[in-house]
Design a protein around this ligand. Structure first.
Ligand SMILES: [Zn+2]
Length: 140
């Protein structure tokens, strides 16, 4: 019989496509990609060391989340450039107005997207290194 404090054991599909879809849908909601539990951030920018539901250790090595910065900057800066180009084509805003909007987007989007980028990095890790099967990815 299980108790509420007992950690959940995450069960993810072995099939890569299903595992990717499930973990991706959890990540964009800022939930644990392993078990789907919420509340994995102690503040907007701070990920808890372990999932409060399944107790999975998130950063199992130093520098683990460096890839999330690449995802964050890559996605958000491409979006910012795309929005500014769309505004150039679709509106009659002045160059100064476009520059102001571009700077606001270039600074604001990475801040807004940061927690999702952290979760997406864990998803990418799960797709490449599925838990179990000798992946070398420790849970504890
Ligand atoms: Zn979890």
């Amino acid at each position: 019989m299980s108790t509420l404090s007992e950690p959940l054991v995450p069960v993810l599909p072995a099939e890569t496509g299903k595992r990717t879809w499930i973990t991706f849908s959890r990540a964009i909601r800022r939930h644990c990609p392993y078990c789907g539990g919420g509340g994995i951030f102690s503040s907007y920018f701070t990920l808890k060391e372990r999932c409060p539901h399944c107790h999975t250790l998130f950063a199992y090595e130093d520098g683990y989340f460096l890839g999330s910065y690449v995802i964050n900057i890559g996605v958000t800066e491409l979006a910012a450039v795309g929005i500014v180009i769309w505004l150039m084509i679709a509106t009659s805003l002045s160059v100064l107005q476009l520059q102001i909007i571009g700077v606001i987007l270039a600074v604001g989007l990475p801040i807004a997207f940061y927690p999702v980028a952290v979760c997406l990095w864990m998803v990418l890790d799960l797709v490449v290194h599925p838990p179990g099967r000798g992946s070398g990815r420790p849970r504890q």
